[in-house]
Design a protein around this ligand. Structure first.
Ligand SMILES: CC(C)(COP(=O)(O)OP(=O)(O)OC[C@H]1O[C@@H](n2cnc3c(N)ncnc32)[C@H](O)[C@@H]1OP(=O)(O)O)[C@@H](O)C(=O)NCCC(=O)NCCS
Length: 181
């Protein structure tokens, strides 16, 4: 584990097209604009619907300080298009990869590109032995993102979806650190 890293001083990550930075107060409207969209919210586990500025503030004040999460922006523009991050798992030293992106940008490979950078960060900088993820069965694009990164299926489970107000069939995935796989 690299000890000179901290959540308060998280590095920006850069890819060919993207710049990933800490989500900030200036992002409230953009977050509400994306996560407030039912087509996004219904595919996520832990966001309410409807979703307003107070919910975005909760994300900024309570989730961002506690998790390795970044705003996804295009290089040269500071506008938040989405978010991506690693949530520590309870009772293991793994972390779970999660992400969402503005529907206006779906299908352009942005999430796959951002996720590749976050996975490398998780393995090389955080020393994670394994990164988990999961997606609802009716969300094949997310499964496609994970498979392109090398994630493999580990099982089918029911997972809560706060926006939908119940449990939804979902697929668990994981990617083992290349040196341990
Ligand atoms: C899932 C999500 C993040 C994908 O973002 P994205 O930037 O569009 O993803 P990418 O462009 O990198 O890759 C999407 C892949 O899904 C594929 N895809 C799109 N629609 C598909 C469908 N109906 N069935 C199967 N694959 C599909 C794309 O073709 C692409 O794969 P390819 O590169 O092999 O062609 C985005 O759709 C999103 O924000 N959804 C709502 C929130 C969400 O689902 N978050 C994840 C929760 S697990």
């Amino acid at each position: 584990m690299n000890t000179d890293l901290s959540l308060d001083n998280r590095p920006d990550l850069a890819t060919e097209r993207l710049s990933l930075r800490r989500p900030a107060d200036c992002d409230v409207d953009a977050i509400v604009g994306v996560v407030g969209n039912w087509d996004v919210a219904r595919r996520l586990a832990r966001v309410p619907h409807p979703y307003g500025p107070a919910d975005a503030r909760f994300f900024l004040d309570h989730v961002v300080p506690a998790e390795w999460v970044w705003a996804v922006t295009l290089r040269g523009s500071d506008t938040l298009l989405g978010a991506i991050g690693l949530t520590p798992e309870e009772n293991t030293d793994a972390a779970e990869l999660g992400y969402w992106l503005s529907p206006a940008h779906w299908g352009g490979g942005i999430t796959t590109e951002a996720a590749r950078a976050v996975v490398v960060f998780g393995f090389e900088r955080l020393g994670l032995p394994v990164i988990t993820s999961g997606y609802f069965e009716d969300n094949p694009p997310s499964g496609r993102v994970l498979r392109k990164l090398g994630f493999v299926e580990t099982g089918h489970v029911m997972r809560p979806c706060l926006a939908a107000g119940g449990e939804v069939p979902s697929i668990r995935m994981e990617l083992v650190h290349p040196a341990r796989g």
